[in-house]
Design a protein around this ligand. Structure first.
Ligand SMILES: C=C1C[C@]23C[C@@]1(O)CC[C@H]2[C@@]12CC[C@H](O)[C@@](C)(C(=O)O1)[C@H]2[C@@H]3C(=O)O
Ligand SMILES: O=C(O)CCC(=O)C(=O)O
Ligand SMILES: [Fe+2]
Length: 330
């Protein structure tokens, strides 16, 4: 079975309905089609039966939790996040805040600063490297299925950018506290851990412990409604990023999402952002430009996009600033 009913979402294709679940052990042709459908409709899906070994995931979770359990003064030695490193409550350089502490690492570079003590530093980087290697492979497998499902002649169009040794991919560990509250407070609108945004890169692969918190903005309701994503520590949650929306000329959607804090337990998410090299050009693939879907975005380098994104707030719809205007590109 490929699509399994989980959480209700308003939708055209998943009538009724549910967050798409892609079973990677099923036939390639089925997975390809389901991935394309999910990315067109939500920009989001859950992956089960992936090939990432449990111990790779378990070790990553253990070193992450060990890091966040350290005294604040020790954690601060890996900060402040600029943008890499340890951060607490402050997200990005433009005043965004949330109830979260995090560690943001580059996937291809040395660790940014001292992370805990020397002997743990070596173990920490080995675990991170192994996790990043596995999750990057899964990201590339998904991107190749996606390219095949879209009927692209070059099925490595997307994955090549992530496999590139200069790929600007990141790994982020987010740690959300639980909070004490009385019964009445518990029924009130929740607290925001990580505010509404889309991810800027090509693809994001997220997993978390078994605590709820992630929500996606359902694109098919007018005002948009927040759909809770039930936690599944054995699965990966995948979302389309802004760069993939641009490359597919808007056919695939970069989903807006956020993370809420719960009152019952702390949550940790481990998030891989597959990004292109800084010098890579991002532009709509010619096969994605048709008379029904005329060119929507201009060409830009990832470095240009990143510079713009760091000048904007978390929730900004930044891709709109890269709309195609025929007279400019000619
Ligand atoms: C407010 C910001 C934080 C962010 C960079 C930005 O200026 C806008 C995008 C933010 C985001 C969201 C997804 C990822 O968590 C992230 C690492 C990214 O690439 O874009 C963060 C950035 C960050 O925290 O540095
Ligand atoms: O922790 C989560 O569930 C979401 C985190 C997130 O969206 C991010 O780090 O970009
Ligand atoms: Fe995100």
């Amino acid at each position: 079975m490929v699509v399994v009913s989980t959480t209700p979402v308003q939708s055209k294709r998943y009538i009724g309905t549910e967050i798409p679940v892609i079973d990677l052990s099923c036939r390639r042709e089925i997975a390809q089609e389901e991935i394309v459908n999910a990315c067109e409709e939500y920009g989001f899906f859950k992956v089960i039966n992936h090939a990432i070994p449990n111990d790779v995931v378990a070790k990553m979770e253990a070193v992450g939790l060990e890091f966040f359990a350290k005294p604040v003064t020790e954690k601060q030695q890996a900060g402040p996040a600029n943008p890499l490193g340890y951060g607490c409550k402050s997200i990005g350089p433009n005043g965004d805040t949330g109830e979260v502490e995090y560690l943001l690492l580059h996937a291809n570079q040395q660790l940014p600063a001292k992370i805990i003590c020397e002997e743990n530093q070596i173990e920490f980087s080995c675990v991170v490297m192994e996790y990043v290697g596995s999750v990057k492979e899964l990201a590339c497998e998904i991107l190749e299925l996606l390219a095949q499902g879209l009927g692209l002649e070059d099925t490595e169009t997307f994955s090549r950018l992530i496999r590139d040794i200069e790929s600007d991919s990141l790994l982020r560990l987010n740690h959300y506290p639980s909070y004490n509250c009385n019964k009445e407070d518990n029924n009130k609108v929740g607290r925001v851990g990580f505010g509404e945004h889309s991810d800027p890169q090509i693809i994001t692969l997220l997993r978390s412990n078994g605590v709820a918190g992630l929500q996606i903005l359902s694109p098919s309701t007018d005002a948009g409604s927040w759909v809770p994503v039930p936690p599944d520590p054995a699965a990966f949650f995948v979302n389309v990023g802004d760069a993939l929306q641009a490359m597919t000329n808007g056919r695939l959607v970069s989903v807006r999402h956020r993370a809420m804090v719960t009152s019952y337990a702390t949550r940790m998410s481990t998030v891989f952002f597959g990004g292109p090299p800084l010098h890579a050009w991002i532009s709509p693939i010619p096969e994605m430009i048709t008379t029904q879907r005329p060119r929507r975005y201009r060409s830009f380098t990832w470095s240009e996009f990143k510079k713009m994104m760091y000048s904007l707030r978390l929730g900004h719809n930044r891709l709109e600033l890269f709309r195609f205007k025929a007279e400019e590109e000619a």
